[in-house]
Design a protein around this ligand. Structure first.
Ligand code: NI
Length: 394
């Protein structure tokens, strides 16, 4: 089949996809609470006559599209959740829910997923295999993908490949990032408690001051990346939370720090985790305090299957010749899609969605975030074509 047909067909659906995205945008829902969104998705999948499964990881929806020709199974994942941000775009379709906003483009992802289902369903007689459409809850820090894996999203049928995409506002429409190998960092949550001996603010000699120890810990943690790691190996250590003391004249007994660590795994991760623990505990001890360090792995890195990424790059060059393919986009952000890609060869694509000329280039997670909707049919065609190519084993 000539896969450029998906481009023509998705452009014909453009108004519908944009209207659907705007509806989701007006009604954003936080992770594991996407009841309205999931209901709309489930109804649409039902209308296509697909076999669906709802309530996976609370609000996730899985829809199976079986082609009339035999072939492999491809999992396509689209996330549905919004963020706890007060929208400031002033758009006519701005959020109608106080303090909740689709500030990462997942409203677009969900609308794209519904369009992909429609595009592929229209060709089910020739479709050589099965498409497993996964509408995932709670991507934003709540690991909805991990919950879906625990609840069997990779079983019955087990996919041969997984694909996912993210609208990417830092790049213009027409740009597509497909990186062979590591594309996004793994993420850890850091929690530190420093216990000292509290006392009067005017008699510090009678105390072991956890606030002073905390200040030194924060500065010293910056030496892990700058002084322990090979400068050619990326990692991030960010302290983002501090809590200590309630009164101006009391040295508290305890202080708490929170933060995040990003690495691409392996020896770098081992070294960073080890040095963070050594620095925190060593400084606390030197200051007469005692530290407890908890590091919890949130997501592994997103690693695109090399061969798969290269096949998708050549598909894009063939079917969407006007697109700019970038094979070097690597970010320190993380994605729980990594859980669905751990045991199944997968590819995660970044799809440029920014348009500075229209003022649509605010960063993700910003109250002014919005993207250029012309990307919606293009991204739908891309996902449909990539899935088809993998089914055909081209
Ligand atoms: Ni996102």
């Amino acid at each position: 089949m000539n896969l450029s047909i998906f481009q023509t067909e998705s452009e014909a659906l453009a108004d519908e996809i944009i209207a659907q995205r705007r509806d989701f945008h007006r009604h954003p829902e936080l992770g594991f609470q996407e009841h309205r969104t999931a209901g709309i998705v489930a109804d649409a999948m039902n209308d296509l006559g697909l076999k669906i499964c709802t309530g996976v990881a609370e609000t996730g929806v899985i829809a199976l599209l079986k082609g009339e020709r035999p072939g492999p199974t491809i999992l396509l994942r689209f996330d549905m959740d919004a963020l706890p941000i007060q929208e400031e775009t002033g758009a006519s379709y701005a959020s109608t829910f106080d303090g909740v906003m689709h500030a990462c483009g997942h409203d677009g992802h969900t609308a794209i997923g519904m369009a992909v289902a429609k595009l592929l369903h229209g060709h089910r007689q020739e479709l050589p295999g099965t498409i497993k459409l996964v509408f995932q809850p709670a991507e934003e820090g709540l690991n909805g993908a991990e919950r879906m894996v625990e609840e069997g999203v990779l079983l019955d049928p087990t996919p041969d490949y997984t694909l996912a995409m993210h609208l990417w506002n830092g790049k213009p429409v027409g740009w597509i990032g497909v990186t062979p190998g590591t594309a996004m960092a793994g993420s850890e949550r850091l929690e530190i408690e420093i216990a000292g001996r509290g006392g009067h603010g005017a008699a510090p000699h009678q105390t072991a001051d956890p606030v002073l120890a905390t200040a030194q810990v924060i500065c010293a943690l910056q030496s892990v990346v700058s002084r322990n790691l090979d400068p050619g190996k990326p990692a991030v250590v960010s302290v983002t939370q501090i809590r200590a003391g309630d009164a101006f004249n009391i040295i508290p007994s305890r202080a708490f720090l929170g933060g995040t660590i990003r690495t691409f795994g392996g020896e770098v991760r081992d070294l960073v985790l080890q040095r963070v623990k050594e620095i925190v505990c060593g400084i606390a001890e030197a200051m007469g305090c005692e530290a407890k360090v908890k590091i919890k792995r949130l997501t592994p890195p997103v690693i695109n299957n090399q061969a798969l990424a290269i096949r998708i790059q050549s598909l894009i060059k063939r079917v969407f010749p006007e697109a700019i393919v970038d094979s070097e986009e690597v970010v320190m952000g993380s994605e729980d899609m990594a859980f669905m890609m751990e045991d199944v060869p997968g590819c995660y694509m970044f799809v440029g969605s920014g348009n500075p000329a229209k003022g649509l280039d605010a960063p993700h997670h910003n109250p002014h975030y919005d993207f250029d909707e012309v990307v919606l049919p293009k991204a739908s065609a891309l996902m449909a074509a990539a899935a088809w190519m993998l089914l055909e084993g081209e």
